[in-house]
Design a protein around this ligand. Structure first.
Ligand SMILES: Nc1ncnc2c1ncn2[C@@H]1O[C@H](COP(=O)(O)OP(=O)(O)O)[C@@H](O)[C@H]1O
Ligand SMILES: [Mg+2]
Length: 267
């Protein structure tokens, strides 16, 4: 673990056991098509691991193998030193918060009800659930009095994404998976929500796996960056060294992305 005085993005010394570990994972579709191959990755407690790669590289598939929305064809994914198929799937999903780009909020539930989904499954009473919803809304920068009773269609994109994050944190899971969480937001809102998340993560120190194709986001949020290509991890870099990497695939990826991104975005 790192102490609160460590600078953001400081490397986390290896814990005794990784919190999440991919061991020789292969994932194939029913027709035999290989989606992930020879996938090896260890994620330590309290770090933010970024899976960076172009569309189709296998990032979402890798995340879904962590919370057992998918199961490996061979090899195993271990959570806290236990293979996902040895976990009760419900217990596993309560242990792991999941934030996706489209937020996945239930349209007919209010903000309070959306945040309360997992607490209700946990059998919390109404008062405790409401109190938790209020606390979480404040944590993600939304005034509980103004937002508890709203429906998702009454929220902006940035507000929905904040509520999605609050919902993922509701039962205080030690692990948080985020699949392009800021991807659908306009550039300014995206920067704002990203900075808020960064501050939050500095306080909460969850074990986070975040998927993105945005280099600036990867460097800003990551402790380490795993570069994915064609269903395999090509290299893993400390985030603060990624932009200076001389590893050929990282250099090629950076050059390609830089040619597509507006000036200054990755500086
Ligand atoms: N259920 C599926 N059926 C067919 N192809 C799939 C399925 N799931 C994933 N794929 C393919 O696997 C590859 C990796 O997908 P994905 O993990 O979603 O990539 P990413 O999140 O990096 O964009 C893509 O080529 C995608 O088309
Ligand atoms: Mg994806």
């Amino acid at each position: 673990m790192t102490s609160p005085s460590d600078p953001p993005g400081a490397s986390v010394p290896p814990a005794t056991k990784p919190v999440i570990e991919f061991r020789d994972v292969e994932y194939r579709l029913a027709d035999g098509a290989s989606i992930l191959t020879e996938f090896q990755l260890s994620i330590e407690s309290g770090e933010t691991m970024v899976l960076l790669g172009r569309s189709g590289a296998g990032k979402t598939t890798a995340l879904k193998l962590i919370n057992r929305l998918l199961e490996p064809t061979s090899g195993e994914v271990r959570i806290e030193d236990r293979a996902t198929f040895d976990w009760n799937p419900i217990a596993l999903r309560r242990h792991i918060g999941y934030v996706i780009q489209e937020t996945g909020l239930f349209p007919h539930y209010t903000v309070e009800e959306n945040i309360g989904v997992t607490p209700r499954l946990e059998g919390w009473d109404r008062g405790r659930t409401r109190h938790r919803a209020e606390e979480l809304l404040a944590l993600v920068g939304l005034d509980p009095r103004a937002y508890l009773a709203r429906y998702p269609h009454e929220l902006s994109g940035g507000q929905k994404q904040r509520v999605g994050l609050a919902r993922a944190l509701a039962a205080d899971p030690p692990i948080l998976l985020m699949d392009e969480p800021f991807g659908a937001l306009d550039p300014l809102t995206r920067m704002e929500v990203r900075q808020e998340f960064k501050q939050l993560q500095n306080r909460l120190r969850k074990t986070v796996v975040i998927v993105t194709h945005d280099i600036a986001e990867a460097v800003d949020l990551g402790t380490r960056i795993a570069l994915l290509e064609a269903g395999a991890i090509r290299s893993v870099h400390p985030a603060e060294k990624f932009l200076q990497s001389d590893e050929p695939l990282a250099v090629a990826y950076l050059a390609q992305m830089r040619s597509l991104q507006p000036e200054g975005e990755t500086s």
